[in-house]
Design a protein around this ligand. Structure first.
Ligand code: CU
Length: 112
C-alpha cells in the first residue's frame, strides 16, 4: 500500500509539472488569412497579417492566376483553377503583388 501511495504521489507531481510548463510556454497565435481570386480580382485586395501568419490564395476563377510580389519577396507561380497556394509571412513590411497573367490584378500584403 505504501508503494502505491508513493507511485500516485509521483504521477501527481509529474502531471502538475507538465501542466505548469504548458501554461508558461504558450506559443504566439498564428493565424491563416485567405485571399480569394475571383472575377480577376484579389479579395480582399489588402490583407493585414503578423509575422508567422499564413496567407492562402484560392483560385475560384475560370483561368489560372498567380500571386507574385513586385519586389520578388514571394511568387506562387501558376495557381491553377480550383487550386491554392500558401505563404508564411516572415518579415514586416508592405508587399505589393500582382498576377503575372493579369497585370490589372493588384493586391497588398501588410505584415505588421
Ligand atoms: Cu490572373
Amino acid at each position: 500500500m505504501r508503494v502505491r501511495r508513493v507511485i500516485v504521489g509521483i504521477v501527481l507531481a509529474v502531471l502538475t509539472l507538465s501542466v505548469g510548463q504548458d501554461a508558461g510556454a504558450t506559443p504566439p497565435k498564428r493565424r491563416t488569412h485567405t485571399v480569394v481570386m475571383e472575377g480577376t480580382r484579389f479579395q480582399p485586395e489588402t490583407i493585414s497579417a503578423k509575422p508567422g501568419d499564413t496567407i492562402v490564395w484560392v483560385n475560384k476563377d475560370l483561368f489560372p492566376h498567380s500571386a507574385t510580389s513586385a519586389a520578388g519577396k514571394f511568387d506562387s507561380s501558376v495557381i491553377a483553377v480550383g487550386a491554392s497556394w500558401k505563404f508564411t509571412a516572415k518579415t514586416k513590411g508592405d508587399f505589393d503583388y500582382t498576377c503575372i497573367f493579369h497585370p490589372t490584378m493588384k493586391g497588398r500584403l501588410r505584415v505588421q
